[in-house]
Design a protein around this ligand. Structure first.
Ligand code: ZN
Length: 149
């Protein structure tokens, strides 16, 4: 009990100065129903880097129900997904060298997970960002909004 209150004090002390590390990371789950468990994610502009961990709570393999987490501007998302369709699973359904992609995980299957860490400094609170899955056909159901603030 005493240790717990000391730890809590340390956490509160840390919060007063800089952004807590755990505010600079998020986990999003995907499943065999072609769904993400979030439709909106927030990236604090105060973070230097942000880490997204994608999990897949389903059972189907990546070849048939694979998912990735891709971030781009809202304006670029559909074109990235369209170009990524022919890139294949080996390229995580992302056209190699696609500079419109801000960050992406690899394509995972049921029971797997993958993380991606990216710089926040280049993001703007005035821009509209989105996340989606670029597995062919999934973007219609698997997409959401990324808010930078
Ligand atoms: Zn998917």
């Amino acid at each position: 009990m005493k240790l717990k209150s000391i730890l809590l004090g340390a956490v509160l002390l840390g919060a007063s100065g800089t952004t807590l590390a755990n505010e600079c990371e998020a986990t999003i789950d995907s499943n065999d129903m072609m769904q993400f468990d979030k439709s909106e994610m927030t990236i604090p502009a105060s973070c230097d880097e942000f880490t997204v961990t994608l999990t897949h709570s389903g059972k189907l393999p990546a070849a048939s129900m694979g998912h990735n987490w891709v971030m781009s501007t809202k304006a670029d998302m559909q074109a990235i997904a369209t170009d990524g369709m022919s890139a294949g699973l080996d390229n995580n359904y992302i056209k190699p060298g696609d500079e419109r992609v801000i960050a992406h995980t690899k394509v995972i299957g049921g029971g797997e997970k993958d993380s991606v860490t990216f710089d926040v400094s280049g993001l703007s609170a005035d821009e509209s960002y989105a996340f989606f899955c670029s597995f062919p056909g999934h973007i219609s159901m698997m997409k959401g909004t990324v808010i930078v603030k």
